[in-house]
Design a protein around this ligand. Structure first.
Ligand code: COI
Length: 329
């Protein structure tokens, strides 16, 4: 069995090495992304592993078939950038890592909210300028707030547990309610109801075409004045232009964005000496009450180890059995 892995970061290498030693299998690790130019290098490998937030090459699965690649294993959960139809047509099995660490993302989203609630960016800036006064930037306590969780899969449920620990009232919406949470009466009947009641809206759902710009001008108008919006899910869920307007008009008190709809040329890239060309993104950066992080909510030691190990195990399982527990259907 021969595996090739793309986009391998330095922090992942030790987990690849450990797996290779344990499994007596060599993995060729490539630090660059899987692009059109790299496609020829997959020839002769049984499985390709990758992790990228942007697009994959257009005819990737056709090429995989041509080159004998049977399995494509991603080291992340989201499959919104993968052409699953093309994978099926070309007989390539796709696996993902559905649960590398829901807590990593849930904890990060709560962390970001706490920063917003206590005006941390503002106080840091003030302290840097030797302005040590308090007023009028009084904070809010989570136990006084209603948190609206959209999406109650593994990550949403981990977030709910954390918020409950802080004493917040939690409400939720999901097209496919979780039976246990349903019994607890956590669900509201519609997005609109959640928008109306929540002081904080936190997104924990995948992006599908029907949810594109779920948070748009109309949705924002339905929200409470002074709402906080947290997005550690997918950038496409938020109409950034509408969000910026909502913030500028004071309707939205703050937003924490770990994902952004046009993030792939920006996040996880070194643009220090380059001019940013995305004017929408530049506007976001200028807002004091917007926290931008480069899609790092997942990024913990536990998550990284699981992403590498589970993806490799899945690739092996799929090659050996023609199916895998983590098969994406
Ligand atoms: C995912 O697992 O889908 C994420 O959003 C994490 C990122 C490394 C792509």
């Amino acid at each position: 069995m021969k595996f090739i892995a793309f986009n391998v970061r330095s922090d992942e290498e030790k987990y690849f090495k450990a797996w290779e030693a344990q499994n007596d299998l060599q993995v060729r690790c490539v630090s660059g992304p899987l692009t059109n130019d790299e496609l020829d290098s997959v020839a002769g490998y049984d499985a390709v592993l990758a992790l990228q937030t942007g697009t994959y090459p257009q005819d990737m699965f056709k090429k995989f078939k041509e080159y004998g690649v049977k399995v494509f294993s991603i080291r992340n959960v989201g499959v919104d950038n993968i052409d699953l139809k093309a994978a099926k047509e070309n007989g390539v099995l796709v696996t993902n890592v559905p649960a590398y660490s829901p807590n990593a993302i849930a904890e990060f989203s709560v962390t970001q909210l706490m920063q917003l609630l206590r005006n941390i960016t503002l106080f840091r800036n003030k302290v840097a300028a030797h302005d040590f006064r308090w007023a009028p930037y009084v904070g809010k306590e989570l136990r006084t707030l209603t948190v609206g969780v959209i999406g109650t899969g593994r990550i949403g449920r981990a977030a709910i547990n954390i918020y409950r620990g802080f004493g917040a009232k939690v409400i939720a919406y999901d097209l496919y309610p979780n039976p246990t949470l349903e019994k607890e009466g956590i669900y509201v009947d519609s997005y609109e109801e959640l928008f109306k009641q929540a002081d904080v809206i936190t997104l924990h759902m995948p992006a599908t075409p029907s949810d594109h710009h779920l948070i748009d001008k109309k949705a924002i108008a339905q929200m409470k004045d002074g709402v906080y919006i947290i997005n550690t899910a997918r950038g496409a869920l938020i109409d950034t232009e509408a969000l910026i307007s909502g913030i500028k008009e004071g309707k939205i008190a703050g937003a924490a964005l770990d994902t952004y709809e046009n993030e792939s040329p920006i996040f996880n890239n070194d643009l220090r000496n380059k001019e940013l060309t995305d004017s929408l993104f530049k506007q976001l950066l200028e807002l004091d009450n917007v926290l931008i992080t480069p899609h790092v909510a997942f990024y913990t030691e536990t998550a990284v180890e699981n992403m590498v190990t589970i993806a490799l195990n899945s690739a092996r399982e799929a090659c050996e059995k023609g199916t895998a527990e983590t098969l994406v259907k």
